[in-house]
Design a protein around this ligand. Structure first.
Ligand code: RAM
Length: 340
C-alpha cells in the first residue's frame, strides 16, 4: 500500500475511536427542531460492517449540520423484514432513506411508495433495482471487486486446487454481482487448475455460514480455497478452518474487516483479503443523500458530493462508485484493525 492510499484510508479515521466506541444497535436520536432526518436501513442488525457505515453517516451529518441519522434494520437479513422497517420509516415521514437491500426487486414497490410520499430513496452496498431508488452507490467497480477475490485466492494457492464460494443470502444484489464478476475472471486460462466446485450461502448469519463452511470441507475433501465475499462469511469460514485444525490445508479469502480478520490472518487461515473503508462508505452515502435532498439532479453524468472523499459521477441506471478496495495481509492487518 502506498503512503497516499494509506493516507486516504485514514482520512476519515477520526473514525478510529468512534468506530470502537459504537454501540451495536443505535436508538432513535432526539430530533433537533427543523433537522432533516435520514434513515440508514441496512441488511440486518449485529453486523459491525454496517455499524461502521452508520458511524460514517453520523460523521457526515455532523459536518453537514442540520441532519439526524436514524440507523435501523431488522434482526434477520430478509426482504420481508426489511420492507416492514422501511414502511415504518415512511410512516415516520423521514426525508431520505439510504438502504442496503436484501433483495433488489422485492424492495422496488416500497421504494416507489416512499417516492410517492416525497421521500428520497437511494441504495448503497447492496442495490435496489433502478425503478425503486434514485441512485446506488457501489463501494467500487463490480468487475474489480470480483476479479480481485479470484486473484487473491490464486496467489495464495499458486493457482492450483479446488475452490468454493461461501456467500451471504442468495437474494443479495451485491454478493450476486460480485460472484458473476468472479466467474468472468475465472474464465482466464491462468485459472485452469483452480476449478470452482461449489457455491453455498450462509445468509450473513455466523452459525449458518460456519455450518456451510464445514459442509464444504466435508463434501469436497480436496478443497483448498474458499472465497467469501461477505464480512460475516469470511470470519465464520476462517473460524471453521481454525477450529477444524485445517490451517495450511484450506485457506479463505474475500471481503473482511481487519478488526475481525486479524487473528485469522496471524494464525494463517487467511493469507490476504480486501475491503473498502465502511466508515467512508456511510459518510459518502450521506453526503450524496444531502445533495439529493438539496435538489441536485441524479441523471446520468450529474456530479454528487461525497464530502472529503470528493465527487462521484452518476452513471447508467443511477450507479455511482466510491473508490477502490484495499488489500490486507500480515503486513498491515494489525494497523487497520484499530480503525475498522
Ligand atoms: C457483509 C454484508 C455487506 C457486504 C460486506 C462485504 O457485511 O453482506 O453487504 O458489503 O459483507
Amino acid at each position: 500500500m502506498t503512503t497516499t492510499t494509506r493516507r486516504n484510508l485514514f482520512k476519515l479515521a477520526g473514525g478510529a475511536a468512534f468506530v470502537a466506541a459504537a454501540p451495536a444497535i443505535l436508538t432513535m436520536p432526539v430530533r433537533a427542531a427543523g433537522n432533516r432526518r435520514i434513515a440508514m436501513i441496512v441488511k440486518n442488525l449485529g453486523n459491525s460492517y454496517f455499524d461502521a457505515c452508520a458511524n460514517g453517516a453520523k460523521q457526515a451529518a455532523g459536518e453537514i449540520g442540520g441532519i439526524d441519522i436514524i440507523y435501523t434494520a431488522s434482526a434477520k437479513p430478509t426482504a420481508e423484514d426489511q420492507i416492514a422497517v422501511i414502511d415504518a420509516q415512511i410512516a415516520q415521514k423521514v426525508d431520505g432513506i439510504i438502504v442496503s437491500a436484501n433483495d433488489a426487486d422485492a424492495l422496488v414497490p416500497v421504494g416507489k411508495k416512499a417516492a410517492q410520499r416525497g421521500i428520497k430513496v437511494m441504495s448503497f452496498d447492496s442495490a435496489i433495482a433502478p425503478a425503486g431508488r434514485l441512485v446506488h452507490l457501489s463501494a467500487s467497480s463490480t468487475p474489480l471487486i470480483g476479479a480481485k477475490q479470484v486473484q487473491m485466492i490464486a496467489k495464495t494457492l499458486g493457482g492450483k486446487g479446488e475452490v468454493a464460494i461461501l456467500s451471504a443470502a442468495s437474494t443479495m444484489t451485491n454478493q450476486n454481482s460480485w460472484i458473476e464478476a468472479m466467474k468472468e475472471e475465472w474464465k482466464k486460462p491462468e485459472y485452469k487448475d483452480m476449478p470452482l466446485v461449489a457455491t453455498v450461502y450462509g445468509d450473513d448469519q455466523d452459525d449458518k455460514s460456519y455450518r456451510e463452511m464445514q459442509g464444504l470441507i466435508k463434501s469436497h475433501p480436496n478443497l483448498k480455497g474458499v472465497i467469501s465475499p461477505t464480512t460475516i462469511g469470511i470470519r465464520s469460514g476462517a473460524k471453521a478452518i481454525v477450529d477444524g485444525d485445517l490451517v495450511g490445508k484450506v485457506f479463505i479469502t474475500g471481503l473482511g474487516l481487519p478488526s475481525e480478520m486479524k487473528d485469522y490472518v496471524l494464525k494463517g487461515a487467511c493469507d490476504t483479503f480486501a475491503i473498502w473503508n465502511p466508515v467512508e462508505y456511510g459518510y459518502s452515502s450521506t453526503f450524496i443523500m444531502n445533495d439529493i435532498l438539496n435538489g441536485k439532479p441524479t441523471s446520468e453524468g450529474s456530479k454528487l458530493s461525497m464530502g472529503k472523499k470528493g465527487e462521484t459521477t452518476v452513471g447508467k441506471d443511477g450507479e455511482c462508485i466510491m473508490g477502490e478496495p484495499f488489500v490486507f495481509d500480515k503486513s498491515n492487518v494489525e494497523e487497520f484493525a484499530k480503525i475498522f
